[in-house]
Write a protein that binds this ligand. Structure first.
Ligand SMILES: [Zn+2]
Length: 435
């Protein structure tokens, strides 16, 4: 791409002035970025895959090669060939631009050979003090599926940004040299595991990131660099925690906590809620509450669906009439039963509508589960001064009470009296059966 604008021309000119990787930088990159491995067999024979030196020794996790002095990770697998690709970056500045130079290091390790390294520069990111980005890059291989597939024969020149350019470096090599605008906006030297180009852009462009970085909320910055969509909504809460010097050590947990509090309609600006001493404990506690609330919600919806079922059923008048006739035919002989003590009165349900009313009143399933169709069941209900207090299922074969339930299937207060009253009158039920 030919540089056309003033800015593009300036970047291309400055890019031409960058020096190639020095021998020292090369050594540092290999030391810190490449894998360094010692093979160990079961007899205690070590082989350094850096320099091919062999020696005998005790088993360990890591060793220092007695020949080349490199610290090596011990590998006891059957694998003998390693090819590893890693990006490393050099962070520098030039003519007022922030520059991130991205290099690819290819490491080949083989038994009996010295390690083979190959390094080349893949692309550079040029960032202006106002956060504009330009890319100087190799061409991408057209058929390439992998991020590291650059056309190494092409020139480093001005090119359009590609998703392959979003890759972050595994290591930063050498001293970090940054423009004064980044220092002004809070950057010192530590990247706190952020991808440098995202971090630099955000703290140059967005004063929310600048503020969080300056007060040391690195965890939050790293979190929002990866997923920024909640930052605006959470910003009022973040301002509060900053004011209260509350330091977020786990941004995932803290953002979860904010979601829980919102779902529970709690004030997400109240330091009592959003600055917990023990974040994990607060997170777990509110998670439990949210889950309990959701469970209640589900139960409520299930009840509403049952109500719908009643409505659908009642609209089918033919079916209601048929059920009504069947029910009356089966149980009519019991309809004039009435047992009473001083306040309680117990009598059978005499219509489908009564089953519906009873189910609605008590929030139980006497209607939904079609108890009116059960041939062996006589469904009774108990009232006190005209108020329903319980529904009873009486088994006509075994001549006993199967269940006696009040609201939400609970045990009614007068349970013992109801049971006693019915048991005293079993004889009347028996007479009706024989009638
Ligand atoms: Zn060695």
């Amino acid at each position: 791409m030919k540089p056309r604008t003033k800015l593009q021309k300036a970047v291309v000119k400055s890019a031409g002035k960058l020096s190639p990787l020095s021998d020292y930088q090369r050594q540092q990159a290999i030391k810190h970025t490449a894998p360094h491995i010692a093979k160990l067999d079961s007899k205690g024979n070590y082989v350094c895959l850096d320099c091919a030196h062999q020696w005998h020794g005790e088993k360990a996790e890591s060793v220092i090669c007695p020949e080349c002095g490199v610290k090596l990770q011990v590998d006891t697998t059957r694998r003998w060939n390693f090819r590893v690709l890693d990006y490393f970056a050099i962070i520098t500045k030039r003519d007022g631009f922030q520059v991130i130079r991205m290099f690819l290091l290819s490491t080949k390790l083989r038994k009996g050979d010295k390690a083979n390294y190959w390094i080349d520069e893949a692309f550079q990111r040029w960032i202006t003090p106002s956060g504009e980005n330009l890319i100087i890059s190799r061409r991408r291989n057209f058929m390439a599926r992998y991020c590291d597939s650059w056309d190494w024969g092409s020139d480093l020149e001005l090119r359009n940004e590609h998703y392959a350019h979003s890759v972050g470096p595994y290591k930063i090599i050498g001293r970090r040299s940054v423009i004064p605008e980044l220092i002004r906006n809070g950057f010192k030297s530590n990247l706190h595991e952020c991808n440098p180009h995202y971090l630099f852009n955000q703290i140059l462009l967005d004063n929310k990131y600048e503020t969080m970085w300056k007060v040391g909320q690195f965890e939050l910055v790293r979190y929002f660099i990866k997923s920024s969509y909640e930052l605006d909504r959470l910003w009022p809460s973040i301002k509060v925690i900053i004011r209260h010097n509350y330091h977020v050590k786990d941004a995932n947990l803290w953002c979860d906590l904010m979601r829980f509090l919102r779902e529970m309609n709690k004030d997400t600006r109240n330091p009592k809620f959003i600055c917990p001493e023990n974040l994990q404990a607060a997170h777990d506690e509110w998670q439990c509450r949210v889950e309990a609330k959701r469970e209640k919600e589900r139960e409520r919806e299930a009840r509403l669906r049952e109500l719908d079922e009643e409505q659908r059923y009642l609209h089918n008048i033919k079916k209601v009439r048929k059920d009504q006739r069947k029910y009356q035919k089966a149980k009519r002989k019991f309809f004039n039963l009435l047992f009473t003590d001083k306040e309680l009165s117990v009598k059978p349900l005499v219509s489908i509508q009564e089953f519906i009313d009873e189910g609605k009143h008590f929030h139980h399933c006497v209607f939904v589960n079609k108890y009116y169709e059960k041939p062996q069941s006589l469904i009774l209900h108990t009232m006190i001064a005209g108020e329903p207090v319980a529904t009873i299922e009486f088994n006509l074969e075994k001549m006993e009470i199967v269940q006696c339930r009040g609201k939400f299937n609970s045990k009614p207060e007068q349970y013992d009296r109801i049971v006693a009253l019915i048991n005293r009158n079993k004889g009347q039920i028996a007479k009706k059966i024989l009638a």
